[in-house]
Design a protein around this ligand. Structure first.
Ligand code: MN
Length: 142
């Protein structure tokens, strides 16, 4: 099954750029334009990765990962913040809000697909390690 990436962005041009940047890698790309929609969409579609703009209508972008992290389905889903307003201390602030990674805008269209692939791969690896660990617990060998 193709991996699902949810892109949350309220600026149509930035959304278009993200979609174009990631469209040729076999992912299923989902789009949301505000925080409420992002959360509804995430619950329904269970994306493997979320990339989101911090500045959104209706809900502060930081509120989205805070809410998602309270749901068991999203305890460790990679969530990447993107923002044009990078300031000193932002990184810590965003990581503290529940984001895993932080990318400044403008988006580097060459680097983004590599970055996304790397995150998805390392997330899969840690998921496999977890299931091996749980198996060991449930089925002791001796
Ligand atoms: Mn925005």
């Amino acid at each position: 099954m193709p991996e699902k990436i949810l892109i949350v962005e309220d600026n149509p041009l930035n959304m278009k750029l993200m979609l174009m940047t990631l469209r040729n890698y076999g992912y299923t790309l989902l789009q949301a334009t505000d925080g409420e929609e992002a959360i509804d969409f995430a619950r329904r579609e269970k994306p493997d990765l979320i990339i989101m703009d911090i500045r959104l209508h209706k809900m502060d972008g930081q509120e989205v990962p805070r809410r998602l992290r309270r749901m068991p389905d999203f305890k460790d889903t990679p969530i990447i913040a993107v923002t044009a307003h990078a300031m000193k201390g932002d990184r810590e602030k965003f990581l503290g809000a529940g984001f895993d990674h932080y990318l400044p805008k403008p988006i580097d269209t060459r680097e983004l697909p590599k970055f996304v692939a790397k995150i998805l791969l390392s997330h899969q690896k840690s998921a496999i390690l977890m299931s091996v660990k749980n198996d060991g617990k449930e089925n002791p060998r001796s």
